[in-house]
Design a protein around this ligand. Structure first.
Ligand SMILES: Nc1nc2c(ncn2[C@@H]2O[C@H](COP(=O)(O)OP(=O)(O)O)[C@@H](O)[C@H]2O)c(=O)[nH]1
Ligand SMILES: [Mg+2]
Length: 221
C-alpha cells in the first residue's frame, strides 16, 4: 500500500487507563492516528498525546458523533483509508494491516472486523448482536454477522455512502444499513476481542434504542 495514506480514528470517553497503549500500538500500523476525546472528565486527553492529532469535545457527544469528528479531520488531512477502532483496548491494532490490505487488494468499500459471536462475548451481548444483525438483514438486506463491531476499515471514496448521522451507538447499525441499501462491496474478517472490565459499554437499553432506530430508518426510507 505504498501511495495510500492510512489513518486510524479512535473515539475515547474516559479511557485514561487504555488510550495511551492503544495509540502507541496503533501508530505501528498506520500513517496517522487521530483520537477524539469525547468530553472525558479524566486524563484521556493527556494520555492520548502520542497520537498525531488529539481532538477534544468540550462535552460528551457520543461515540457516533466522536467518530464523525475524527473522520472529517482525516478527510481534511488527505487520508485515503480510514480505520476505526475503540479506545478501550478491546481491539488488537495488530489486525489493522489485515483489514486494510483486504480492503485495498480486493477493491472493497468496507471491511468489518468481525468478533466471534460464540467465543468470549458475554451472553447478553451475543443475543443482542444476533437480534440486531437479523433486524438489519430483514429491513435492509445487510448480511453482517457482527453489526455492532467498532473495528472497520473503509476508503475515502465510499465515505459519502457510509456516512452516519447517529450520535451514539446506533451509528454501527447505521453503517450496516448504508452498506445494505447502497450495495457497497464489503467483507467480514475475523478479529480477536478482549472483554476486560465491563463497567461501561453497550447496554440492553442501547440495544432496544438501536432496534427502534432501525425501524424508524426503514419507515422513513
Ligand atoms: N460509552 C461511550 N463510549 C464512547 C463515547 N464516546 C466515545 N466513546 C468510545 O467509544 C468506544 C466504544 O465504547 P464502549 O463503551 O466500549 O462500547 P462497546 O464496547 O462497543 O459496547 C470506546 O473507545 C469509548 O471510549 C460515549 O459517549 N459513550
Ligand atoms: Mg468497549
Amino acid at each position: 500500500m505504498k501511495s495510500l495514506k492510512t489513518c486510524a480514528v479512535i473515539p475515547a470517553f474516559n479511557e485514561e487507563e487504555n488510550i495511551g497503549e492503544v495509540v502507541r500500538e496503533t501508530r505501528k500500523y498506520v500513517d496517522n492516528v487521530i483520537v477524539v476525546d469525547d468530553g472525558s472528565t479524566d486524563k484521556t486527553f493527556e494520555e492520548a498525546s502520542d497520537a498525531d492529532i488529539v481532538l477534544r469535545h468540550p462535552v460528551n457527544m457520543g461515540k457516533g458523533f466522536a467518530l464523525g469528528t475524527g473522520v472529517e479531520k482525516a478527510l481534511e488531512n488527505g487520508s485515503d483509508i480510514f480505520i476505526t477502532l475503540d479506545g478501550d483496548n478491546q481491539h488488537n491494532p495488530g489486525d489493522i494491516p489485515k483489514l486494510a490490505s483486504i480492503l485495498v487488494d480486493d477493491k472493497l468499500d468496507v471491511v468489518f472486523g468481525s468478533r466471534s459471536l460464540n467465543g468470549d462475548m458475554p451472553l447478553v451481548l451475543r443475543f443482542g448482536n444476533w437480534w440486531l444483525c437479523k433486524t438489519a438483514q430483514l429491513l435492509f438486506g445487510s448480511r453482517i454477522e457482527d453489526s455492532q463491531t467498532g473495528f472497520r476499515a473503509f476508503r475515502r471514496e465510499a465515505y459519502d455512502k457510509i456516512r452516519w448521522s447517529s450520535h451514539h451507538y446506533s451509528m454501527d447499525s447505521e453503517i450496516v444499513m448504508n452498506v445494505g441499501r447502497n450495495k457497497l462491496r464489503h467483507r467480514q474478517v475475523p478479529i480477536k476481542t478482549h472483554y476486560h472490565c465491563r463497567h461501561k459499554g453497550t447496554t440492553v437499553v442501547d440495544g432496544v434504542r438501536i432496534f427502534l432506530n432501525m425501524l424508524f430508518w426503514r419507515v422513513r426510507g
